[in-house]
Design a protein around this ligand. Structure first.
Ligand SMILES: [Zn+2]
Length: 147
């Protein structure tokens, strides 16, 4: 059975073929920290090259069937599937969701890798190297019992 969207490749997200499912092709930076750190640096006359901007990391991922009459039903009668990829900034705790469409077969394959669950809470092993570079974040996660 083949979905009409089979083989679709998103320009901004790549398939990981593991329980994570997808990840961005390029680093995503926290828009809140980007703005506030840029303003603070400019106010101090600092060079922006000296400022570290935190990247968003993937905290959770859910797969769902898109329930929207405007989305075309595939040739096999199945509707489009999508990842809700939840990203977080470890510094300011900003949290956002990217809704990334995928094809039926890939969605089913990833749910199988998640023990037939649509939901995947990304373990700390996936993101600790990304977020534990900052002492404040390390202290916060330790206080919360993560590390
Ligand atoms: Zn932030």
């Amino acid at each position: 059975m083949e979905s009409s969207h089979e083989g679709y490749e998103n320009p901004a997200w790549q398939k990981t073929h593991d329980a994570l499912g997808i990840k961005p092709k390029h680093d995503l930076y926290c828009p809140i920290c980007l703005a506030s750190k840029t303003v603070a640096a400019l106010e101090k006359g600092q060079d922006l090259k000296d400022v570290t901007f935190p990247r968003l990391f993937i905290r959770r991922s859910r797969i769902h069937q898109v329930v929207d009459a405007r989305i075309a039903v595939g040739t096999d009668g199945h509707k489009q599937y999508a990842f809700d990829t939840i990203c977080k900034c470890a510094q300011c705790d900003y949290y956002c969701v990217f809704g990334v469409p995928t094809d039926l077969n890939y969605a089913l394959k990833i749910m199988e890798l998640r023990d037939n669950s649509n939901d995947f809470l990304v373990p700390i092993e996936y993101w600790k190297d990304e977020v534990l570079v900052d002492d404040d974040v390390r202290e916060k996660l330790a206080a919360l019992g993560y590390v």
